[in-house]
Design a protein around this ligand. Structure first.
Ligand code: MG
Ligand code: ZN
Length: 218
């Protein structure tokens, strides 16, 4: 038991060192790196595809997308931007800094404005792995429980922005928006929370503006 804990903390330490190196590289290259975490099915890929379609006329964008298996999400995202790579993790339920480092091989970071990273759908261990991102976004969809932030506080705590997705389904799912906001803010007071629908476009202007405000002035 003790040994397992030791091995785990060593892995996390190695990850932190690598992630710091990545963060320095991203900063020097002037690329804004935003990662997305959520449960499976919260709409990360759909949201990202819509977002990239909106940003791509004005910005240079690349994306990395993690899943246990299949290249389906990379295929979808490549409709919105040309530089997309899938990271298939096999049995590993999260991305780590080493996977990001490897997936970036051959890409010129200096030529990018945004790099988006979609994590494996999982609300538990991605919280422990720094990917060197500038901003971490956590998604909660209107088809999930409003109390999910209370059940998985760590992931909300390590994120900078929360998006409530599929807001067009809120009424049909009897989703209590106020309760969801309350849960998020009780776990992470002061967190920026936006309601979005990739389908109707609600909240997309605001989200786009928020991300653009993170870009370093040219
Ligand atoms: Mg996905
Ligand atoms: Zn994991």
């Amino acid at each position: 038991m003790t040994r397992l804990v030791e091995v785990r903390s060593r892995i996390l330490k190695e990850n932190d060192v690598l992630a710091r190196g990545l963060r320095d590289r991203f900063q020097q290259a002037g690329v804004c790196v935003i990662s997305f975490v959520s449960s499976p099915g919260s709409g990360k890929t759909t949201f990202l595809e819509k977002l990239m379609f909106r940003l791509s006329p004005r910005h240079r964008i690349a994306a990395l997308v993690g899943d246990l298996a299949t290249e389906n999400d990379a295929a979808r995202l490549s409709r919105a931007c040309t530089q997309v790579r899938q990271i298939t993790t096999g049995t590993i339920c999260h991305l780590d800094a080493k996977m990001i480092d490897k997936a970036l091989e051959g890409w010129r970071l200096e030529d990018l404005d945004f790099l988006f990273i979609e994590n494996v759908g999982n609300l538990v261990c991605p919280s422990g792995y720094d990917l060197g991102e500038q901003v971490r976004v956590v998604l909660l969809s209107a088809t999930e429980g409003e109390d999910k932030p209370l059940k998985y506080p760590t992931i909300f705590n390590t994120a900078d922005v929360a998006l409530i997705t599929k807001i067009d389904l809120a009424a049909a799912a009897e989703f209590d928006r106020e309760a969801a906001h309350r849960s998020i803010l009780s776990v992470r007071p002061g967190m920026k929370v936006l309601e979005v629908s990739a389908k109707t476009g609600e909240g997309m202007d605001e989200t786009e503006a928020l991300f653009e405000s993170l870009l370093a002035p040219a």
